[in-house]
Design a protein around this ligand. Structure first.
Ligand SMILES: [Zn+2]
Length: 285
């Protein structure tokens, strides 16, 4: 299967109202588990690398790994840069062969955010890459925080601004703020589904949920029904796999390093398969 970009996998998702999972990866076992889950369920999938994870593994190392898996896979796999904040990192991803990039300049005022994103879109579209932009503010962009929804100020994406942003930048997908947070929730999430719908009516393009961990299946389904087509999901899976691995090691004192490789792949696969089913992308490859 050839390497896919966001347009390849999200256009149909937008038309048929389902979401494609975008999973952060920093190691080969996790990446293999994710692709195996997508292949088993005949689902497209997005492997993504967050710029902040550069302290664990370099973008050069993951690029080769992701691209190899994508090209070997029986389903469409997008290799996407998550939260590209620095222009240098984004250009590195382009050069390394990523098929898609996110530009996160959402902390800037609208006009400056648009200008920064335009710069990347111009280059990326020439080369056949897709671009995700972000409007509105979600806390704990590094994914490490356990944030309380109530601590957030009213920083949800404004539908009128979203229309201007999409028209001016020509992004292929838009990450919006409507109540999700990065990392794990301290309080109960309070999502504004109407806001998703209002934004979708204005822009029409695929919308992206960041902070897709810790939500109920019903919250995912409602978000998708209102216009979400890409769900970034990582923290819950990371904890789930770690907990299962801990139990495995306690129960198997003879376990060898390669046993851990196999177990991690299986635990990741199980967790991701559940999410693919809920997101509705099974059978859509
Ligand atoms: Zn994010």
């Amino acid at each position: 299967m050839v390497l896919a970009n966001l347009k390849d996998v999200l256009t149909k998702a937008n038309e048929e109202k389902y979401a494609v999972g975008a999973f952060n990866v920093t190691d080969l076992n996790t990446a293999r588990g994710i692709v195996a889950a997508a292949e088993e369920l005949h689902s497209p999938v997005i492997l993504q690398f967050a710029e902040v994870h550069d302290e664990y593994i370099s973008i050069e190392t993951v690029a080769n790994m992701y691209l190899h898996l994508a090209k070997q896979s029986s389903v469409p796999v997008v290799v996407h840069l998550d939260h590209g904040v620095n222009f240098e990192t984004i250009m590195k991803a382009v050069k390394l062969g990523f098929s898609s990039v996110m530009v996160d300049t959402s902390t800037l005022p609208l006009k400056e955010n648009i200008a920064k994103v335009q710069e990347v879109v111009k280059i990326a579209h020439c080369l056949g890459l897709t671009v995700e932009g972000e409007l509105g503010v979600m806390n704990a962009e590094d994914g490490s925080g356990r944030l309380d929804y109530n601590e957030m100020t009213d920083s949800f994406t404004n539908p009128d601004e979203a229309k201007i942003f999409v028209e001016e930048t020509q992004v292929d997908a838009l990450a919006i703020a409507f109540g999700t947070v990065h990392g794990l929730y301290r309080g109960k999430p309070n999502l504004n589904f109407d806001r998703i719908k209002e934004i979708k009516e204005q822009v029409g393009i695929p919308l992206v949920m960041h902070g897709g961990s810790g939500l109920s299946d019903e919250e995912y389904r409602q978000s998708i029904a209102n216009g979400i087509n890409k769900i970034n999901y990582y923290s819950t899976m990371a904890y789930d796999v770690t907990n299962k691995l801990r139990t495995f090691l306690q129960e198997n004192e003879e376990a060898y390093l390669t046993d851990i490789d196999v177990q991690v792949q299986n635990f990741v696969k199980e967790n991701i398969m559940e999410k693919i089913e809920v997101f509705g992308s099974a059978g859509k490859a």
